[in-house]
Design a binder for this molecule. Structure first.
Ligand SMILES: O=C(O)CCC(=O)C(=O)O
Length: 259
């Protein structure tokens, strides 16, 4: 009987949490259940100098809605703003990008400075869900939209000086599941100094990947081409930008470029 009671109360708890995710009104909310707000428990992913946590943050119904809302709300960069500069050469990026965040924040990467657009309601909702699940606060989000498996992102580290080095980067994925590869900095290319296996994950619809320090010091990450993927994916990386560094880099840019 005791076993039956435990099973039925666990089933009730699970059902209640599912209703919450599907947007069904609850009579009362017990704050002690907050820790169950993601349907699959955290999985730890570790290797030398790599520390990540992975969980499903949104069930399918909610993830579908968020994807649709972002398709309506997010305005992606176009023209010169949609290009990057690597070793002085300008390239079109093989995906679409947008940046949102607190007023006045900028983020410089691949030779291009991006200004944050004001948060939209859906981005604020997702940011609050990430904060609820992690206890971390974020003031900026970089959004990448991959129209299909041809769109991709090359190997890089998120180690720009504007980023708060103590804060994880929180990566939310919506839409097509895509492979995601970490490669240790000493095990890249033909002349690599060490043999360290890459770490490969599949980032699911509604998932959250936390890249904790010092992951971005030692490991590069990429989203490789996957020709069999025919549908779009939106990825949001929530970041904490150091406001003083942003001001300093604006001053440097203005003094070099008076207009
Ligand atoms: O789309 C992804 O999962 C990769 C995003 C990424 O690498 C980045 O924003 O730095």
């Amino acid at each position: 009987l005791l076993f039956f009671k435990i099973v039925t109360s666990f089933a009730h708890l699970l059902y209640t949490k599912m209703e919450e995710h599907e947007g069904v009104e609850e009579e009362e909310k017990d704050p002690s259940f907050e820790e169950f707000s993601h349907p699959i428990p955290w999985q730890k992913i570790e290797a030398e100098g790599l520390d990540c946590d992975y969980a499903l943050l949104f069930l399918k119904g909610e993830a579908d809605n968020l994807f649709r809302q972002l398709e309506e709300e997010v305005v992606y960069s176009t023209g010169e703003e949609a290009k990057v500069q690597v070793f002085g050469k300008v390239y079109n990026i093989p995906r679409k990008q947008a940046t949102y965040g607190n007023a006045g924040l900028t983020y410089t990467y691949s030779g291009v400075r991006r200004l944050a657009s004001p948060w939209t309601p859906t981005l604020e909702y997702i940011r609050n869900a990430v904060t609820g699940a992690t206890g971390q606060k974020f003031n900026f989000v970089l959004i990448n939209r991959y129209k299909d498996g041809q769109d991709h992102m090359g190997e890089h580290r998120d180690d720009e000086k504007e980023l708060d080095p103590s804060c994880p980067i929180a990566s939310v994925s919506l839409g097509a599941a895509r492979d995601f590869v970490f490669r240790h900095r000493d095990a890249r290319g033909k002349r690599s100094s060490r043999q360290i296996d890459p770490v490969k994950l599949e980032l699911a619809h509604g998932s959250l990947l936390l890249m904790n320090p010092p992951t971005n010091t030692f490991w590069y990450h990429s989203l490789p081409v996957r020709k069999k993927v025919l549908s779009p994916r939106i990825n949001l990386t929530f970041r904490r930008i150091l406001e003083d560094v942003t001001k300093q880099s604006k001053r440097n840019i203005n003094s070099k470029n008076p207009d």
